[in-house]
Design a protein around this ligand. Structure first.
Ligand code: FE2
Length: 281
């Protein structure tokens, strides 16, 4: 057992848990160094990424690029990273929205970081029986360009039946209201998901399950220091603002589902057969 009774009841009551100093400072350095190497690699040979994102309009190519990234590590750019001529306006690490979505299986540094005894114990304390590491992302939220992420719950995107997904948000920089920290609706995880994003033929669709918008007044900011882990239920509504500061707001996120639940074939994130989902071993 790694969590106290107080922490477990806070998790149950609020739908999230803040664990300061979960990440050792030297490991933050290891991760940020690895991220810098990856960004350098993408800057040297951007491949299709810059072509796909160098338009301001959302295109079929962007959808396809996203939908086939569940078992890859691909860079995604912020809106506004490119000018009208398709030229990157800022250094690459200041224009990236994220890297995703299989860092934890394809990169040895992120694999080691994600699969620690501490994470395994935490996930087990939160009630997982057969935990599977489904999705990972490095989220950049760069100064001035990093955009808003609208209020949502992650179950809408990583559906299981019954609902099992939980998010693990590791702050690699201090996260503040100014640089776009997470905001959450405490207790909001007791409500069902209001939508489901899924595959629909060659494209995607969003099923509206409850048209009532989230109460944005109920959101509270979760300002944390680098090294903090925020664990949150896949049903917890959360939001983040634009980064209006001069500071970066780097985070790593991991999403875990339970293998005892059904994983629908029309979820957007699908793995190729030679890269099956794995747990903590
Ligand atoms: Fe989310």
């Amino acid at each position: 057992m790694s969590l106290s009774d107080e922490q477990l009841s806070a998790w149950q009551d609020n739908g999230y848990l803040v664990l300061p100093d979960f990440v050792r400072p030297d490991l933050i350095g290891v991760l940020t160094q690895r991220i810098a190497e990856m960004v350098e690699g993408f800057a040297r040979s951007p491949g299709e990424a810059t072509t796909v994102f160098s338009t301001t309009e959302k295109t079929h190519a962007q959808d396809e690029y996203f939908l086939t990234s569940g078992d890859l590590i691909r860079p995604f750019f912020e809106d506004g990273a490119f000018d009208d001529d398709g030229q990157l306006q800022v250094p690459m690490d200041r224009g990236l929205n994220k890297l995703g979505h299989a860092m934890h299986d394809l990169d040895p540094v992120f694999d080691r970081f994600s699969r620690t005894p501490e994470m395994s114990a935490l996930v087990s304390d939160l009630g997982f029986v057969d935990p599977l590491l489904l999705q990972s992302m490095v989220i950049f939220k760069p100064p001035h360009i990093g955009g808003e992420v609208i209020c949502h719950c992650d179950h809408s995107f990583l559906w299981t039946d019954p609902q099992t997904v939980a998010g693990f948000w590791f702050a690699l920089d201090n996260a503040t209201v100014e640089n776009g920290c997470l905001w959450v609706i405490p207790g909001g995880h007791r409500q069902p998901a209001r939508s489901r994003f899924r595959l629909d033929g060659a494209g995607t669709t969003t099923d509206v399950l409850d048209p009532v918008p989230y109460d944005m007044e109920a959101l509270i900011p979760v300002e944390v220091e680098a090294g903090t882990l925020i664990a949150f239920s896949g049903l917890l509504p959360h939001w983040s603002a634009r980064n209006t500061s001069d500071d970066p707001r780097l985070a790593y996120t991991l999403h875990v589902i339970d293998g005892t639940a059904d994983y629908p074939a029309d979820n957007w994130l699908q793995r190729r057969p030679d890269l099956p989902l794995r747990g903590f071993v």
